[in-house]
Design a protein around this ligand. Structure first.
Ligand code: SF4
Length: 395
């Protein structure tokens, strides 16, 4: 089976990425023909306002992929923006994709809803600051020719800065919990690129006539859309594309150090690039069962992220059961429990860390791997696009 999947370059990879995606990809590379790409164009659908870190994020991802076991001799590893055929196919698919298919995409609907919540917050902030801004403008030693416009401009800027401050951790983040919106919701706006990104995903997959796409449950609607686009194209112009299947994989959930989902934006992630000392600091600060304050308080390991880590990283399963029993019986303290975890976690992390260091020192070679992969990918995508052009009578 030909398998295609991509990952946005958003920075260094953490344990959640490994267990959620990469571990599965490494396995798929052994059994199938695979095309894995760094989705740098997709990074722009939500992160277009600030592109300063884009290139360094691409480089970090290349290093992480190689260090974590993706192998260019087993499958094609490439960078999306180096294969311009994705863009051409995206354009052609845009012509045949009804707008309503995209507007019903749950991610898009969520975004629209969350943007409304942010607008509400912005109005509240402006309401609270209006008098202060008026007073401030009244004290300026300059003649103001358009008071209202300047007042609005200042209120817009202040509201935007304050909301950014909440997302960047400069202000009490409690408000986010009640709002239930993400940093992404704030930084992106309602753009054509965001509405159309499932069409770009369809192009990413179908440029290689991908037959299987490893996904999580939340991505299922996108794969369905890819299948619908393939069906519509084949119906209109003749059979060119397969209908790719979603390969749902059960992956263990890796909580962040605060027990929430592991994510860069929650600042709760353990990275493969972290030093031993950094990992130690993060583990020792990890949230545990809040009811277990002292060693002899009985704990609830199933509510504790440290215990989830034990289940993932402690090879000796009898030892894991012992930890469970001792925690429940109040015979094990959290500090000792974390120290035990650290040993097992280090055993898991240190080979990756070593490989990462090696890969980092060979940045040029790694770049060459991805340039060569992009060339191979482009060869394949060109074949598909020439069939597409012929089918659409584009000459
Ligand atoms: S003893 Fe271990 S498993 Fe139990 S609450 Fe403390 S850290 Fe969690």
């Amino acid at each position: 089976m030909r398998i295609v999947s991509g990952m946005r370059p958003t920075g260094k990879l953490h344990l959640g990425h490994y267990f959620g995606v990469i571990k599965n990809w490494v396995q798929l590379q052994k059994e199938h023909e695979t095309y894995f790409f760094i989705a740098d164009w997709h990074a722009l659908t939500t992160g277009y306002k600030d592109v300063r870190a884009l290139q360094s994020n691409v480089k970090e991802l290349m290093v992480d992929w190689i260090a974590l076991g993706l192998d260019p001799s087993k499958g094609v590893l490439f960078i999306q923006s180096r294969v311009k055929e994705h863009a051409e196919l995206h354009l052609l698919f845009s012509m045949i994709t009804p707008k309503s298919w995209l507007e019903w995409n749950p991610t898009y609907k969520d975004l629209k809803y969350n943007l409304l919540r942010l607008q509400d917050l912005s109005l509240q902030i402006k309401g609270a600051l209006r008098d202060l801004v008026k007073e401030f403008l009244g004290m300026l030693p300059y003649k103001i020719t358009d008071f209202e416009r300047l007042e609005e401009r200042l209120l817009d800027d202040l509201s935007e800065s304050l909301i950014a401050g909440i997302f960047e951790g400069e202000l009490e983040p409690d408000i986010l919990r009640s709002l239930n919106v993400s940093k992404r919701d704030f930084y992106e706006t309602d753009t054509y690129g965001f509405l159309g990104y499932p069409v770009l995903q369809a192009a990413d997959i179908l440029a290689y006539k991908g037959e299987g796409v490893p996904v999580g449950e939340d991505q299922l609607p996108h794969i369905e859309l890819t299948r619908e686009i393939a069906r519509r194209f084949n119906h209109l112009y003749g059979e060119v594309f397969p209908e790719p299947k979603a390969l749902l994989t059960e992956t263990p959930k890796v909580p962040g150090t605060d027990g929430r989902k592991m994510s860069k934006s929650y600042n709760n992630a353990i990275y493969f690039a972290d030093s031993k000392e950094e990992v130690e600091q993060k583990i020792m600060k990890m949230f545990t069962d809040p009811q277990k304050l002292r060693k002899n308080d009985p704990g609830r390991p199933d509510l504790c992220a440290v215990f989830t880590y034990h289940k993932l990283f402690t090879k000796d399963k009898e030892k894991v059961e012992e930890i469970r029993k001792d925690c429940e019986a109040g015979k094990l303290g959290c500090v000792e429990c974390k120290r035990t975890l650290l040993k097992d976690l280090e055993e898991f992390l240190s080979p990756f860390r070593e490989r990462r260091k090696k890969a980092e020192s060979k940045a040029d070679e790694i770049m060459d791997i991805f340039i060569e992969g992009s060339r191979k990918a482009q060869e394949k995508a060109k074949e598909t696009l020439s069939q597409v052009r012929e089918a659409m009578n584009l000459g």
